[in-house]
Design a binder for this molecule. Structure first.
Ligand code: HEC
Ligand code: HEC
Ligand code: HEC
Ligand code: HEC
Ligand code: HEC
Ligand code: HEC
Ligand code: HEC
Ligand code: HEC
Ligand code: HEC
Length: 339
């Protein structure tokens, strides 16, 4: 009885398994709508061109040697044909386009002869993808055919990002042939970003600024360069959460909150730089007087005279919030941020 049960149970299972296994094999064979390799052909507009392999690009072309050595030593170059990984995913033509037409044209030419050299250069321009004329979106697609958001997680929101929609391409920030290290060096980031964002450069030149120029923090600590759905592409959902990554003690929660002001630190602080101390948008007391009537203090110690003050935070030193009630000790009166 039990045997028969097992047999009846097992058979459909096996059949199902077999079905799914062949099904999966079929799925694996599935082809993208436009085969990846055809993409460069389409861009190039020469459907007759074909791929000849990177040996052809490198053979006899000494000027490419440093470039090729660097590339081979990189993580991407490690996917070349003869690489240790044996995965042959990337070669010169994956980004520069199929080279057969060009190889035909330049056959027999001598790179050391001036006339020939010019012909070779022209033939490159005419037969390979010309990075100097392609629009930014097309350039990025060359990278994106491999760097899908699954493979490269941080480019999940690239297509809708402010950079993608403003003619910035991957190669603006990632010089493929810059060196063998493709990882962006954080110390190179500020120059990279500030070369385009000239207005932000000015902000970081103000006397009080976040130490980006001093290389203690980086633009990318606060911004995601590939774009995301957060305000100004901040790393976190809100300004407050972004600041709290490094200044958690200012973010609370506190027993006595400064109303909901500290929900947005940028209410009082300029995140990049300011002419005022502590990156304040306005100097004290003007900062506070935007919302408060200034008060004066009358005390016996000063002979019953009242005084006005220039720095509110001399007394209200816990300006971001406090867990202690005001000096009166009256909890119902709320916090006064004096202690
Ligand atoms: C991942 C894409 C990619 C791969 C792979 C690639 N290149 Fe490039 N290459 C580029 C881009 C993008 C440029 C345009 C200049 C730049 O942004 O660095 C370029 C520019 C060049 C230039 C012109 C450099 C200059 O100073 O004007 C040469 C030559 C070159 N590549 C050769 C090669 C060779 C040879 C290979 C194979 C070893 C190769 N490339 C592989 C993306 C690639
Ligand atoms: C033919 C496929 C292919 C193309 C096209 C391609 N890449 Fe890559 N790229 C790879 C592979 C594979 C790696 C190595 C594995 C990895 O690190 O994800 C890599 C690695 C990288 C890395 C280094 C990642 C790391 O962590 O070391 C950067 C940066 C990069 N690619 C940028 C680009 C840019 C920019 C372009 C377009 C100009 C581009 N790639 C085009 C396949 C490709
Ligand atoms: C505005 C400049 C900028 C643009 C445009 C850009 N990147 Fe990046 N990318 C960076 C920076 C900076 C890093 C360093 C890591 C970080 O902080 O996110 C990085 C990191 C990466 C990495 C991981 C390797 C590393 O350096 O940590 C890959 C892969 C990558 N980018 C691919 C791409 C691709 C593909 C595109 C185009 C779709 C692209 N990037 C567009 C600036 C940029
Ligand atoms: C090739 C030029 C270029 C480079 C390099 C570049 N950007 Fe941009 N960035 C732009 C353009 C163009 C815009 C569109 C809006 C504008 O003009 O400010 C933009 C927009 C932004 C925005 C959004 C502004 C908003 O109003 O929402 C942020 C944040 C930003 N970039 C940060 C960076 C960071 C961080 C880097 C360095 C990793 C960087 N950018 C590198 C050109 C560039
Ligand atoms: C300490 C975090 C932090 C750092 C570091 C930082 N930013 Fe910002 N950035 C912000 C915040 C927060 C905003 C939004 C400010 C606002 O709108 O009140 C912003 C806004 C921007 C904007 C949009 C400006 C506008 O007028 O809309 C750009 C562009 C930008 N940052 C670029 C950069 C660049 C480039 C660097 C590096 C040189 C950098 N940021 C470093 C936090 C930072
Ligand atoms: C990646 C870490 C980091 C992030 C994120 C960050 N800061 Fe800072 N912040 C620093 C460092 C480092 C200093 C300099 C401290 C020093 O020099 O002693 C600093 C200094 C300051 C100062 C004091 C400046 C002075 O001269 O006294 C203020 C105010 C400040 N940050 C506010 C903010 C605000 C607001 C945000 C969010 C927009 C923010 N920070 C996000 C790292 C960070
Ligand atoms: C209501 C205005 C206001 C808001 C909102 C505000 N701050 Fe401040 N912050 C100040 C003032 C005023 C000072 C200067 C205090 C002083 O000089 O004693 C200061 C100083 C700072 C300092 C430097 C002084 C120190 O003790 O290290 C940091 C860091 C800081 N704030 C971070 C933040 C962060 C993070 C937020 C958001 C969670 C925030 N601030 C929101 C008013 C504000
Ligand atoms: C954007 C407006 C705004 C700014 C700027 C601001 N505050 Fe406030 N503050 C408020 C609000 C709203 C409350 C809550 C008032 C209430 O609960 O009655 C508050 C509460 C207070 C309280 C406690 C009052 C009470 O009744 O509990 C003190 C003290 C205070 N703020 C001091 C300051 C100082 C000092 C500054 C400047 C460094 C400042 N505030 C900047 C809006 C602001
Ligand atoms: C010499 C110290 C001192 C200075 C400077 C000071 N305050 Fe006060 N403030 C106090 C004291 C003490 C209280 C009563 C709080 C308590 O009960 O603990 C108070 C209370 C307040 C309150 C609560 C409402 C009220 O009237 O009771 C506000 C709002 C306030 N201060 C804002 C400011 C602003 C804005 C400035 C700068 C223009 C400022 N204070 C400068 C000591 C000071």
């Amino acid at each position: 009885m039990r045997l028969r049960l097992i047999a009846y149970g097992l058979l459909p299972c096996l059949a199902l398994a077999a079905f799914f296994m062949t099904g999966c094999a079929k799925l694996k064979e599935g082809k993208p709508i436009v085969p990846v390799r055809e993409y460069e052909k389409l861009l190039l507009g020469k459907l007759t061109a074909d791929y000849v392999g990177d040996v052809n690009c490198l053979k006899g072309c000494h000027t490419h040697d440093k470039l090729a050595l660097d590339f081979k030593a990189s993580t991407m170059g490690d996917q070349l044909k003869e690489s240790s990984s044996g995965m042959k995913i990337v070669d010169c033509e994956s980004c520069h386009g199929p080279a057969s037409e060009m190889m035909k044209e330049i056959k027999g030419l001598d790179v050391n002869k001036k006339d020939d050299y010019e012909k070779i250069v022209r033939s490159h321009k005419e037969n390979l993808l010309d990075y100097s004329t392609l629009p930014a979106g097309a350039l990025s697609l060359i990278c994106l055919k491999c760097h899908t958001s699954n493979a490269t997680f941080n480019i999940h929101n690239w297509n809708g990002s402010i950079h993608a929609t403003n003619e910035v391409s991957c190669s603006n920030c990632h010089p493929i042939h810059g060196s063998s290290d493709l990882i962006v060096d954080p110390r190179a980031v500020q120059k990279l970003c500030l070369d385009c964002h000239v207005d932000i450069r000015v902000q970081f030149s103000l006397p009080n600024h976040h130490p980006v120029r001093e290389e203690k923090i980086f633009c990318t600590d606060c911004h995601e360069p590939h774009g995301n759905s957060n305000y100004k592409n901040l790393r976190e959902m809100t300004v407050k959460e972004t600041c709290a990554r490094c200044h958690p003690e200012k973010a609370g929660p506190f027993l006595f909150e400064h109303a909901d002001n500290t929900e947005n630190c940028a209410m009082c602080h300029s995140p990049h730089g300011s002419v005022n101390n502590s990156l304040l948008k306005l100097p004290e007391t003007f900062l506070c007087k935007q919302c408060h009537h200034p008060h004066s203090i009358t005390s016996d110690a000063i002979g019953g005279k009242s005084m006005s003050f220039t720095r509110c935070t001399d007394c209200h030193s816990m300006i971001h919030g406090s867990d202690n009630p005001g000096l009166s000790g009256d909890v119902d009166a709320g916090g006064r941020f004096t202690r």
